[in-house]
Design a protein around this ligand. Structure first.
Ligand code: AMP
Ligand code: GLY
Length: 426
């Protein structure tokens, strides 16, 4: 088979690395890809948000048997629907199911209607009504722009001042553009043992009939050590989550995952692909923080290396709605990914810095914002590389990842030193 993966980041490189292990794959392609994907796949220079351009490419390349649509934005505009209409086989939800991520108001409405545990919330499109609600509820509150905002449309407001300011930013100043036409105002959840909260990312394969959680992982969203600094796309991950166990998985399947799959079916929006559950362990049990309609980044970088089963077999089973027939197996042990970012990310940073990679031992370097310029490897984004290492436990994996990271350099490189340290006691 010849398989094309859509996307440019670390997640896509990690998916390609997993597919590369498949015995059934002859050639891999990546649209548009980066310097890392170019090493294992043919990079295709087509803008994947330009539906007509993607269709023209697909039409001209009948040798490509299967498309994996990894990022949220092409899913949200219905790229899967368009490719399927041409008779192409795809991994990823259709537009009417991708809305579970593309609209937070939709997701909250769904959870309310089907009694899926989540933070209490109300949705508004009118500023003065929203303000009235904020004043009635009082701080702390969480404000969420309805639409896609590169993971930045969420404001945790500890004081009334922050809440009123945030509301104005989102709804009047349109800090996140049209994503802020509607706003979700949520109760602020607290972790059971840790503040602000104990979060776990559970990615799951689903074909709409069966849902199978993958190995769990934990992201580090803030830019600096100790969960300080601004929210980013994710500065590192580890798998599995220390407080996860079989009993909790059973319970979450029963109260959250299966009800979500069934709710989407009942709404006529069957979800096929990777459904990502961002969950929080609270004093009132596990609750949904967010849904994503895709693999997480950088969660994928620590989840897929632990997969023993052929990923292509799973993808096809999802497409053919035969997921129940596949036995999905995982390695024991743990995996850690430390993201190396451009200094200044997520605000402003300089691209084009030359990268040198020394001895990284058994670590796998996953590329995100990289490019080749004049024959040299250079930075081309905020998150540049992920250093991924496996070990018998998180501690061993993190030591390997950090010793590899020490041998990678570019001017003004920044990374967190505490990936894999949180929730130590489970
Ligand atoms: P989201 O984009 O919805 O995942 O939100 C980004 C981050 O904000 C989450 O990973 C949480 O750390 C935090 N967050 C979102 N909603 C809540 C909430 N209701 N209570 C506490 N923290 C939240
Ligand atoms: N790492 C969080 C996300 O992919 O949304």
């Amino acid at each position: 088979m010849n398989v094309l993966v859509i996307g440019n980041g670390g997640r896509e490189h990690a998916i390609l690395l997993a597919l590369k292990k498949s015995k059934r794959i002859e050639k891999l392609y990546c649209m548009k890809g980066n310097a890392g994907t170019a090493e294992i796949a043919e990079n295709v220079d087509v803008d994947y948000m330009n539906v007509e351009a993607v269709k023209a490419y697909a039409d001209a390349h009948p040798e490509i048997d299967y498309y994996v649509i990894a990022p949220d934005d092409p899913l949200a505009i219905g790229l899967v629907d368009e490719l399927e209409a041409m008779g192409k086989r795809c991994f990823g939800p259709r537009k009417n199911a991708a809305v579970i991520e593309a609209s937070k108001a939709f997701a909250k409405e769904l959870m309310k209607k089907y009694k899926i545990p989540t933070a209490e919330s109300e949705t508004f499109d009118d500023y003065s009504k929203a303000l009235e609600y904020v004043r009635a509820k009082g701080a702390p509150l969480v404000l969420k722009a309805d639409g896609l905002a590169l993971g930045k449309g969420v404001l945790i407001c500890e004081t009334m001042e922050q809440a009123e300011e945030g509301l104005k930013e989102i709804m009047l100043d349109k800090a996140f553009g049209a994503a802020g036409n509607k706003i979700v105002i949520e109760e602020c959840m607290r972790g059971l043992k840790y503040t602000p909260g104990e979060e776990v990312s559970v990615l799951a394969f689903t074909d709409g009939k069966t849902i199978v959680p993958m190995i769990t992982s934990c992201d580090h969203k803030r830019s600096n050590d100790g969960d300080k600094g601004l929210n980013t796309g994710g500065m590192g991950t580890f798998a599995p989550c220390p407080f996860w166990n079989e009993k909790l998985e059973k319970q979450v399947l029963k109260t959250i995952m299966i009800p979500t799959m069934k709710a989407m079916n009942a709404e006529g929006r069957t979800f096929k692909g990777c459904l990502y559950f961002g969950l929080m362990r609270t004093d009132k049990g596990m609750k949904v923080v967010e849904y994503n309609s895709r693999f997480g980044d950088p969660e994928t970088q620590v989840v897929l290396p632990m997969l023993k089963t052929d990923l292509m077999d799973i993808f096809e089973a999802v497409t053919e709605e035969k997921l129940s027939e596949v036995k999905i197996e995982w390695e024991d042990g743990a995996c850690v990914c430390v993201v190396l970012a451009s200094g200044g990310y997520p605000v402003s940073y300089i691209k084009g810095k030359e990268i040198t990679i020394g001895d990284v031992g058994s670590a796998q370097i996953v590329h995100a914002g990289t490019a080749i310029k004049d024959g040299k490897l250079v930075t081309a984004g905020g998150r540049v590389l992920g250093v991924v290492a496996k070990g018998k436990d998180i501690e061993e994996a993190r030591l390997k990842a950090y010793s590899a990271a020490e041998n990678i350099h570019w001017e003004n490189m920044h990374y967190r030193k505490d990936i894999g340290v949180k929730y130590r006691e489970g």
